[in-house]
Design a protein around this ligand. Sequence first.
Ligand code: 5J7
Ligand code: CA
Length: 519
Amino acid sequence: MFSRMFSEVQSVVPSSMGFCWGQYNPHTLSKRTSIVHLFEWRWADIALECERYLAPNGFGGVQISPPNENVIVTDPKQPWWERYQPVSYKLCTRSGNETEFRDMVTRCNNVGVYIYVDAVINHMCGANAGAGDHATCGSYFNAKTEDFPAVPYSGWDFNDGKCKSRSGDIENYHDISQVRDCRLVSLLDLALGKDYVRSKVAEYMNHLIDIGVAGFRIDAAKHMWPGDVKAILDKLKDLNTAWFPEGTKPFIYQEVIDLGGEPITGSEYFGNGRVTEFKYGAKLGTVIRKWNGEKMAYLKNWGEGWGFVPSDRALVFVDNHDNQRGHGAGGSAILTFWDARLYKMAVGFMLAHPYGFTRVMSSFHWPRYFVDGKDINDWVGPPSNSDGSIKPVTINEDTTCGNDWVCEHRWRQIKNMVIFRNVVDGEPFSNWWDNGSNQVAFGRGNKGFIIFNNDDWNMSVYLQTGLPAGTYCDVISGQKEDNKCTGKQVYVSSDGKANFQINTDAEDPFIAIHVDAKL
Ligand code: 5J7
Ligand code: CA
């Protein structure tokens, strides 16, 4: 098994021809180096966002919420997690129907913004979801008898016989077979060892590939055997040649929550594609909050030096749809839009640093309400009308979003750092400086430079930026418009050095400059 896995890893090392690193390559256009998760957005709104905002601002792609039919949960009323309880593989959810889905993929692809599907393939709905037609497309199902005629799956297609726990649920995360063959919080666990089940899952994913998607987030990968995931991926087609070169494999990133301390590790999944590196957001949150004696000076060897998976196997993010709710991996260390000032610094650091393939989160507001340290509203679904339909994303005069959509990806500081990452793509990590505490700076070759003051005192320093001489616009406090800076300016002298002053009470205590924002 191990030698087999190794040879697979070897075979995907970029060939001498230089393109095609298979399932590890996001296939984003060159100089479009990040994707954004438009959590719970409607397909119609995503299509518009690709055209009016994402393409013009250099976003490479969108992770979408699960597009397949799911159970409608009534108690609590339509929580966000109902979309992680599949009923069939019909493309029919609160985000839209198949016609709207096809329109979104076509329009986004046509402006070079690619679509990555959240694939929920470990399980179907919960064992207690009842029976009837309360699913988003009206398909009949019966959870008790494990009957899903719209796929179809029946009792034979689930792992009940294989699971060895007392309750049939996962009880012990130190028992590898239990984690993969038993029910995750009572979700009916698919028998992915069966060729029939693998074929139905692959048929669903191939349908999406035919429509034109560029890849998949594999939900709950920890709860599937890596070999079963591989058997499904081996059945997948190459991407649609209307938009992608012949022989292009779908981009794969697998959700493996590995913070250490469990027998299942992310590295077991490298043969299949990238993995989500949850240590990234958990550690970065701890550092920027200055918890546990952490300080930004320690970020000098950020990346593999912190025990993370190799950069070319990592999908990284500051927060995701699950851990931004105060539960899940990382707990209360995770930074989110609720801590906007620190959050912008964390996202800025992530987008400036060369490690990993980066995903930006875009959220909706919910009525967060802590009781005994727990948010009792962590289940609340997207902004909705009384008939249950998801509210459209409206755009305000000042480019922010309305209807309770947060749209972090439209915050100037975050949008401009997505552009920064594109400008410095391929440039080395360089010119690191720190004060031994929480003032740090680094460059990306001769293309960009970023500096933070997360200490409780003002900073005034004269540093080597590595950049050509000139006047640069800080893209955090403003940006370059009509050959003028709307925010701070930085003067780089002919020896590459510049003065930086950041007061501890600055609205955003960091500055970023790059060669595309030079006057
Ligand atoms: C799995 C993990 O291995 C893990 O380490 C983790 O932190 C979370 C999960 C996890 O994944 C899911 C994937 C799905 O497709 C659907 C799901 O419902 C889950 C899921 O529930 C889940 O775990 C929940 O969150 C953890 C923090 C708790 O420790 C788990 O017990 C579980 O909590 C359960 O959440 C409650 O016990 C239950 O009462 C409640 O009804 C249920 C609500 O559903 C969720 O919160 C969904 C979470 C979810 C997490 C994801 O990472 C994800 O990709 C999708 C959904
Ligand atoms: Ca499983």
